[in-house]
Design a protein around this ligand. Structure first.
Ligand code: FAD
Ligand code: SIN
Length: 539
């Protein structure tokens, strides 16, 4: 039997963004949180480096803002940047109040360094910062009487109702697959927050967990929200290269602590690409590695931290040292084989400074959203910060509107009358592989118009096949995720084709120069237009 639930706020996603909003809201109303899997299904759980925040009096908020804007290559919203980085110290206090114990050194925070930061300003918990944050916030959420957490739930689509008064749409919750029972449930809510993370699983090689399939972006797009800057996919330069471990990240803080990138010959090479060498922003380092791999026909490059004292390495990088050791690599003596891999979705659902989307009652926060903070390239360790800042501001905005009544409209139940059980699951696995490989080969670190057009043709065919399959068969989590990824891939390629320049994470050999009149890419269902973030959103 499929069930119905109703709540004040439905939070879809239990990573840093979802947990932060839920904990802020729970002091004022009932919150229902949905997660696809357990706590480790979120990217937040795997975050290594840390959270960027100015805590050292010698550093400054304006320097953090300037580094963010410089990495963002001309497309950051400077108002969003300055308000976000200014809130970072307050966010760190909230995390400490929730029980997160950042590493200390001589009675102050131990601060580490990452690419593009002109100051040591990354607070961390060894090399497993995300796990520490997610565990503490999850414990708090589980203990809170106003938060009900449902695992093994995959949101399929948002429920939207036409608001006759304002002639616009209102989000009234979501249809959700219970993967334990196979039934589709109705979650009705006054407010809905999408906190479903990014879409890096659309690429063959990624640092992300399996659930990063762009569900929130695809659901919001189908419901009628605009999405922005989808062409800016961040590739992390250093993912472990090992046949038995395809998606383990080697944190940028390894380079921050002196790690050197070398060719198989032992030669250092980053000085040929940028004076900041290993600590140049990620787009530059990832492109340099990609260039060397292709130029020399090699499988990987090496990250060497072996010149640092063994004890310091093991103290700061216990997780990385252990994982490498499991694969026979002693990082205190051996260089680590690394390759770039898809890591972060800079674009997403277009929101205002409170996380509000184009649809009333619907918010998007964290990696699912596009706030204007990252522009064309995210600065390291600014993502957890964004999750927490926007998780807090979305919650505050909702709290002010809590007297909204739950709509009394009876939501129709999920219609399964036209579908049967699938007899050809192979279509799903085949199409997954084809999509991820096409994205890697044609929409990767270095793009051309021809490659993008090739990807567009493949995606069009896949989209038709998946949509047909979706109309005829009962939904499964694999099918839901694949359908979302196809829709997101379509948005990525569409955006990439419309950007006739190279900037930040989007590098196209056919248009290698930046265009001085550049704009953010904003897609709406009606048209593809380039508008500036400074234009206010319709409310
Ligand atoms: P996530 O943490 O990905 O959470 C998404 C949640 O949504 C999950 O609970 C998932 O189960 C749920 N979900 C998804 N779809 C559905 C659905 N359809 N129905 C129900 N639930 C759903 N950033 C930093 O700032 N510092 C770092 O040090 C850092 N290190 C990183 C290391 C790694 C290996 C990775 C992958 C990323 C790292 N990042 C880092 C990026 C950062 O971790 C993420 O951008 C951020 O954690 C995203 O948080 P989120 O809450 O938006 O989404
Ligand atoms: C890392 O530790 O290298 C990841 C940091 C980030 O993605 O911000």
């Amino acid at each position: 039997m499929s069930q119905r639930f109703s709540t004040d706020v439905l939070v879809i996603g239990g990573g840093a963004a979802g947990l932060c909003s839920a904990l802020n809201l729970a002091e004022h109303c009932r919150v229902t949180m949905l997660c696809k899997g357990g706590i480790e299904s979120s990217a937040s759980h795997w975050a290594q480096g840390g959270v960027a925040a100015v805590t050292n009096p010698a550093d400054s908020v304006s320097s953090h803002a300037a580094d963010t804007i410089s990495a963002g290559a001309g497309l950051c919203n400077e108002m969003i940047v300055s308000t976000t980085v200014a809130q970072a110290p307050e966010i760190i206090d909230s995390l400490i109040n929730w029980g997160v114990e950042f590493d200390q050194s001589q009675n102050s925070f131990h601060l580490t360094q990452e690419g593009g930061h002109s100051f040591r300003r990354i607070l961390h918990v060894a090399d497993a910062t995300g796990r520490a944050i997610n565990e503490r916030l999850t414990e708090r959420a589980l203990d809170h009487p106003n938060i009900e957490l449902f695992n093994d739930r995959v949101a399929i689509d948002l429920i939207t109702l036409d608001e006759t008064v304002k002639n616009s749409k209102h989000c009234a919750g979501a249809y959700v697959l219970n993967t334990s029972t196979g039934h589709v449930e109705v979650f009705q809510s006054k407010f809905t927050i999408l906190a479903t993370g990014g879409a890096s699983k659309g690429y063959l090689y990624t640092t992300n967990p399996d659930g990063s399939t762009g569900d929130g972006i695809a659901m919001a797009w189908r419901a009628g929200c605009r999405v922005a800057n989808m062409e800016f996919n961040q590739f992390h330069p250093t993912c472990l290269y090992h046949p038995l471990n395809k998606s383990f990240l080697i944190s940028e803080t390894v380079r921050g602590e002196g790690g050197i990138l070398r060719l198989p010959s032992g030669e250092r090479f980053m000085q040929r690409f940028d004076p900041r060498m290993e600590l140049a922003p990620r787009d530059i380092v990832a492109r340099a590695i990609d260039h060397e791999i292709k130029r020399l026909g090699i499988e990987c490059v090496y990250l060497d931290i072996s010149h640092r004292p063994k004890q310091a390495i093991e103290q700061q990088f216990p997780t990385i040292a252990q994982r490498c050791k499991d694969h026979g690599i002693d990082i205190s003596t051996d260089p680590i084989p690394v390759v770039p891999a898809a890591h972060y979705t800079c674009g997403g659902v277009l929101v205002d400074q409170k996380g509000a989307t184009d649809i009333s009652g619907l918010y998007a926060i964290g990696e699912t959203s596009c706030t204007g903070l990252h522009g064309a390239n995210r600065l390291a360790s600014n993502s957890l910060l964004e999750c927490l800042v926007f998780g807090t501001s979305a919650a505050r905005d909702i709290i002010e509107r809590l007297d909204t009544k739950l709509l009394q409209t009876k939501i129709p139940k999920w219609d399964e009358s036209q579908v049967t059980n699938s007899d050809e699951e192979v279509i799903i696995s085949h199409n997954w592989d084809e999509l991820r490989r096409s994205m890697w080969d044609y929409v990767g670190i270095v793009r051309t118009d021809k490659r993008l057009q090739r990807a567009q043709r493949r995606i069009e065919l896949l989209k038709q096949e998946i949509n047909e399959y979706y109309s005829n068969y009962r939904v499964s989590s694999d099918l839901i995720e694949l359908r979302n990824l196809i829709h997101v891939a379509d948005l990525i390629v569409h955006s990439a084709l419309s950007r006739k320049e190279s900037r930040g994470l989007h590098y196209n050999i056919d248009h290698p120069e930046p265009d001085p009149s550049t704009k953010n890419t904003i897609l709406s269902k009606k048209s593809v237009t380039a508008l500036d973030f400074s234009q206010p959103l319709a409310s």
